[in-house]
Design a protein around this ligand. Structure first.
Ligand SMILES: [Mg+2]
Length: 222
């Protein structure tokens, strides 16, 4: 069996508008100046506490980090409840998932800085429940780029590292995958620069989802 792990934000769904809006609300809630859009997008994929620490600066205390994280979660939840197509799938994502699901030797999984609640919302929104046999998230693991999420996904599925890949838009995904001993494929449509993904060790950086199956076919000699 093969395992294809997907990051979520910036890889499967384009959640940047929600993330930036929620971040602005969170910082406003604690009376701090909001980070720039670029600063916010640079930390997407990290666990919330880690992201907040980076954005608020090294002098921020643990209490402020907790308050920011709580305010962010509340804001995100409220934004999501307000409706609209706020976390759309990237073009070609569904077709790629369908093509992979059509193979009986491929398992799909998620490794994400989202919470359990956030993942449930995305799966419900896009009718993707049941697609992913292993789901690893920030609630249960140290933040990316720690390899824990990938190692847990390999253990849960029993897939050998050399038959697994992670697809992600950030250097956190690439470093996590490499640290866990699997191949990392970068994606050019997310929140980190292509050259940074390559420098972190991505085997290739996909220009769009149509590149995924050919990249996997090359890697695994399908
Ligand atoms: Mg991401």
């Amino acid at each position: 069996m093969y395992l294809v792990l997907f990051d979520v934000d910036g890889t499967l769904v384009d959640s940047q508008h929600m993330i930036v809006a929620a971040m602005n609300r969170a910082f406003a809630a604690v009376g701090r100046a909001a980070p720039s859009r670029a600063e916010t997008l640079s930390v997407v994929g990290l666990s919330l506490a880690e992201a907040m620490t980076r954005l608020a600066g090294p002098d921020v205390g643990a209490n402020a980090v907790d308050t920011l994280a709580h305010a962010y979660k509340t804001a995100y939840f409220d934004l999501r409840r307000s409706g609209g197509d706020q976390e759309p799938l990237y073009p070609g994502a569904r077709a790629a998932l369908d093509a992979l699901a059509a193979r009986d030797d491929v398992l799909l999984g998620l490794a994400t800085g989202k919470s359990h609640r956030g993942i449930r919302a995305v799966l419900d929104l896009h009718d993707l429940n049941g697609r992913f046999v292993t789901i690893q998230c920030a609630d249960d693991h140290p933040s990316k780029p720690h390899p824990a999420m990938v190692l847990a996904a390999l253990a849960e599925t029993g897939v050998a590292p050399e038959r697994a890949v992670i697809l992600g838009d950030t250097t956190f995904d690439v470093t996590m995958g490499r640290s866990a001993g699997i191949v990392a494929l970068g994606v050019a449509w997310g929140y980190h620069a292509v050259e940074d993904l390559a420098a972190a060790g991505a085997e290739t950086v996909l220009a769009d989802y149509a590149d995924l199956m050919p990249a996997l076919a090359r890697r695994f000699a399908w």
